[in-house]
Design a protein around this ligand. Structure first.
Ligand code: GAL
Length: 427
């Protein structure tokens, strides 16, 4: 993946956002401002705070504290899907030399172009050697967390972005087949709309969910090769194929719930769980939510299929943790990293969280039918990076893309949209 050095912009942009976010009412278990580098204390910074997100994290913390009773974990999670608020709080802390012991960061450009390029992460090559980890993660993932031969974080999981969860009774009642192309998706959506069911649930109170949907329309329309070329700067956003994808995206937006702007990802997924909407395109953390929070049964109450037109591709989202420069107890932080790198910890965390383990030697029997199918799809699929979840482009670019998508959702001005996506590359 091509590097462009936009980290200063990224950090500045995030810092500006932080002021607004600090005022946010629900900051979850911690407020991200406590500082947690004291000896004996590990401060874990993430955005896993509730309804679906938190279960895996708390189970991981319990497991770690059992293994290391002499160390205490401070859970400094900041609410807001996809790091909406957490990333801004993190930027302020990093800039103020107050890093958490370790923090959730996506594999790919979010890690490399934002934190590594700014010289704020410690290389973990020796740690990988010491714990014999080099061949325990997929090569592609190690590559995504590496820069110029140095490895900078430890992957905790792999989520899939190009998946649709659907309400099985709604599909059965309306005799619907699983759509396998964008065209079929529109047909299914039309039938549902005629029957007064919301075809597609969206909750873009936090704009990343719409970016998430758009990236999957792009992948469906362009195919994995051109989709990848887009992020490498080899294909323009003003190309006819992207214009076509933007038109399809606009069409799909006609089929979403009218109150999309006041919902977050959890309560839009809930619409599907409860049968008020038929489908949602969300990463498979929604599987964890439907299963463990709404107590629904996969393949009974809800099913899943690849985002229509993207079968054979696996759009990768991976949460990782590294060692920020300047923490006072790096050896203790490495103890935490060494636990989260084990198959045992990954197999405790991921079945609750909904994704699959990053470790290649995890125990597959711990995963349900969805998890096992995702493990299989990851092994056999063409891997593509997620824009909405920090792998494809820098944090600065993503901030602008989210804004462009947010404007597009209301204005549906295709020319302006593709032009903003293209010009954001140079800013
Ligand atoms: C993603 C993250 C997932 C999940 C999701 C929704 O960016 O990788 O682990 O937290 O956001 O918040």
């Amino acid at each position: 993946m091509k590097r462009t050095y936009k980290f200063l912009f990224s950090i500045a942009a995030l810092g500006l956002l932080a002021t607004a976010c600090n005022a946010d009412e629900d900051t979850g278990a911690g407020n991200g401002s406590s500082g947690g580098n004291d000896q004996g204390e590990i401060e874990i910074f993430s955005w896993w705070t509730g309804a679906g997100e938190e279960d895996g994290l708390l189970a991981l913390i319990d497991y770690f504290e059992e293994e290391y009773p002499e160390l205490t974990v401070v859970n400094a999670a900041v609410a807001g899907g996809a790091g909406t608020n957490a990333k801004a709080v993190l930027a302020t802390r990093m800039q103020g030399n107050d890093p958490p012991s370790t923090f959730q960061v996506h594999a790919g450009e979010e890690l490399i172009q934002t934190w590594v390029a700014a010289g704020m992460m410690e290389p973990l090559n020796e740690f990988y050697d010491e714990h014999d980890l080099l061949d325990k993660f997929p090569e592609e993932l190690i590559e995504m967390v590496s820069d110029e031969g140095d490895i900078y974080s430890v992957p905790m999981n792999i989520h899939r972005s190009n998946v649709v969860f659907y309400n099985r009774s709604v599909f059965e009642e309306h005799n619907l087949e699983i759509p396998t192309s964008l065209e079929e998706l529109m047909d299914v959506a039309e039938t549902l709309q005629d029957a007064d069911i919301t075809p597609i649930a969206l909750g873009d109170q936090e704009p990343w969910t719409a970016t998430h949907l758009f990236e999957n329309v792009l992948l469906a329309e362009l195919g994995p090769d051109s989709y990848n070329r887009l992020w490498q700067g080899e294909l323009s956003f003003e190309d006819e194929s992207v214009v076509q994808a933007a038109n399809q995206f606009a069409e799909l937006l006609d089929y979403v719930n009218p109150d999309h702007a006041s919902r977050n990802w959890q309560d839009s997924a809930q619409l599907v769980g409860e049968g008020e909407a038929a489908m949602i395109n969300m990463g498979d953390w929604a599987h964890g939510y439907l299963l463990n929070d709404l107590d629904l049964e996969v393949n009974e109450d809800y099913g899943y299929f690849p985002f229509p037109g993207t079968e054979g591709s696996f759009n990768v989202v991976s949460d990782t943790f590294g060692l920020p420069t300047g923490v006072e107890n790096p050896d203790e932080v490495k103890e935490f990293l060494s636990v989260l790198a084990t198959p045992e910890a990954q197999d405790i965390f991921n079945p609750l969280k909904g994704g699959i383990p990053a470790r290649v030697d995890a125990d597959e029997s711990q995963y349900d039918v969805y998890g096992q199918s995702a493990i299989d799809d990851f092994r056999n699929g063409v891997l593509t990076p997620s824009l909405a979840h920090g792998s494809a482009m820098s944090e600065g670019y993503l901030t602008q893309a989210n804004q462009a998508v947010n404007i597009f959702v209301t204005q549906k001005d295709v020319d302006r949209f593709v032009e903003s996506l293209e010009s954001a590359r140079d800013e």
